[in-house]
Design a protein around this ligand. Structure first.
Ligand code: HEC
Length: 200
């Protein structure tokens, strides 16, 4: 009991002292190491006498590409799909076992639902009324160039939506590898046509 009274008095004392020495909350605190508070460099939005317009944050020169961003200079149309076919090469090779395995996983996850596990256009949604895609083993698909297939996965084609937002660029190329693996069972012409393609 006595201890509690003592602690209570101590607390009251501490509150009183704190009240007595409190600072004006509208004023900034003391700065002990001002060089750490105020940067020596110009801050993004501070004035800057070194530039003609007096701003620190300068507009990037035209054509600047953000770090880590790789542009894809093709529009969503068949002409650009064809151009992508002529200009782009799959950065992954069929000999790359990891890429092939990943491509198969991507296909099972994102494509098989419509195209079917074997690419024949008999995925589960087609059994419920979704217009079935033509077979990826058909001549037309076999003769698409790798870059065209990549363009189709990126932007979609007619009833097929684009997958750029769900499937990363690398994974889209790996899915192209898997499409080629599926097609290998029906054609040996695939590889040769892509090797003929020259980069601009
Ligand atoms: C929502 C269903 C659906 C999904 C999911 C889907 N596709 Fe398609 N895909 C289609 C349809 C439908 C077509 C036919 C479009 C047309 O009429 O030109 C097509 C066309 C294609 C073609 C062109 C075939 C040709 O002969 O022109 C390729 C290649 C292709 N898809 C690959 C893929 C890959 C790879 C994936 C997974 C990343 C995928 N698709 C996911 C529905 C889908």
């Amino acid at each position: 009991m006595r201890l509690n009274v003592f602690l209570l008095i101590l607390l009251a004392g501490a509150v009183a002292v704190n009240y007595g020495i409190r600072r004006d909350p509208s004023q900034p605190n003391d700065e002990w190491l001002p060089e750490m508070v105020h940067a020596v460099s110009y801050e993004s939005f501070s004035r800057n006498p070194n530039f003609r317009d007096g701003k620190t944050l300068q507009t990037p020169p035209p054509g600047t590409i953000a770090r880590g961003f790789s542009p894809f200079p093709y529009q969503a149309n068949t002409d650009d799909a064809l151009r992508a076919g002529l200009e782009l090469k799959n950065p992954f090779r069929a000999q790359d076992a990891h890429a092939v395995e990943r491509g198969a996983l991507v296909f099972t996850t994102f494509c098989a639902i419509c195209h079917g596990a074997g690419g024949k256009g008999d995925g589960s949604v087609t059994l419920r009324g979704y217009p079935p895609p033509t077979s990826l083993l058909a001549d037309k698909a076999v003769h698409l160039l790798d870059g065209q297939v990549f363009h189709i996965i990126t932007y979609g084609q007619k009833n097929m939506p684009g997958y750029a937002s769900q499937v990363s660029r690398e994974d889209r190329w790996k899915a192209v590898l898997h499409v080629r693996t599926l097609q290998q069972t029906v054609s040996s012409a695939i590889g040769t046509r892509n090797q003929e393609t020259k980069l601009p």
